[in-house]
Design a protein around this ligand. Sequence first.
Ligand code: G1P
Length: 271
Amino acid sequence: MIKQAIIPLAGLGTRLLPLTSIFAKELLPINGKPGIEYILDECINAGIKEIIFIISKKKLMIKKYFYSDYFYKNIIKKKKDPRIISEYKKILKYKKRIKFVYQNNPRGTGDAVLKTQKYIKDKFFLMLLPDDLIIKKNCSRAMIKLHQKYNTSVMASMKVKKNNVSRWGIYKVNKKLDKRNFIIDGVIEKPTVKSAPSNNAVIGRYILPKKIFKKIKSLKPKKGNEIHITNAIQLLINENEKFIAHNFEGKYLDCGTMNGYINSSTEIGKL
Ligand code: G1P
């Protein structure tokens, strides 16, 4: 069973400036609730017991948000507002499951993953990228099921427009397992339109094997002085590790770009 999840949260959020100049993007409200809570709910509903947040000194606000129980307690003492009491209970539920580690120089998702190494207990763990909301269906739960069936790594995926491939990690299919699931042959981070092997994009949900830590350590920073998880995945594929791309059923909301972020409240509001 997959019991642990990690969430990289040290990114600067430059695509959402000016909203992120002093504010953590993951706390920005989406239809009245901080984006990160959607991600936490997905984890908890998928059976995850422990969630490791990778933050930085600049993103301490995120820790404060989950450690604000005294603030709630004092208010509840004065005023027994049922709404505030239920919000307080929710924060406590999250806090109980979250651990914090630090990545003070954001050097990519690969580097963020490495910071969690000594806390990962089992052979596989889940990673969620907080920019990517998937609504209507719990994508993590579906991926965990798939992992249980095949005992392999899994990544969420979807087809994107051909002229947009350089926004994503793009993979090539090796073998079709069924309508939604494919064994992948290789993956490349943000290729040019010309060099892209397909228009199959990786979306921010990954079930990764513990052995990926060793591969990350062997990597040198690439594009944008960052260590990409995509490159570590490729190294594992080269050694015949199986990765399944799972075309998820839910609806994808790209909250890491301004247009996507604005649109996400409207989409969630329709539910
Ligand atoms: C990251 C990954 C990329 C993936 C994307 C999904 O990119 O590096 O491979 O396709 O998430 O959202 P980022 O959004 O951090 O630029």
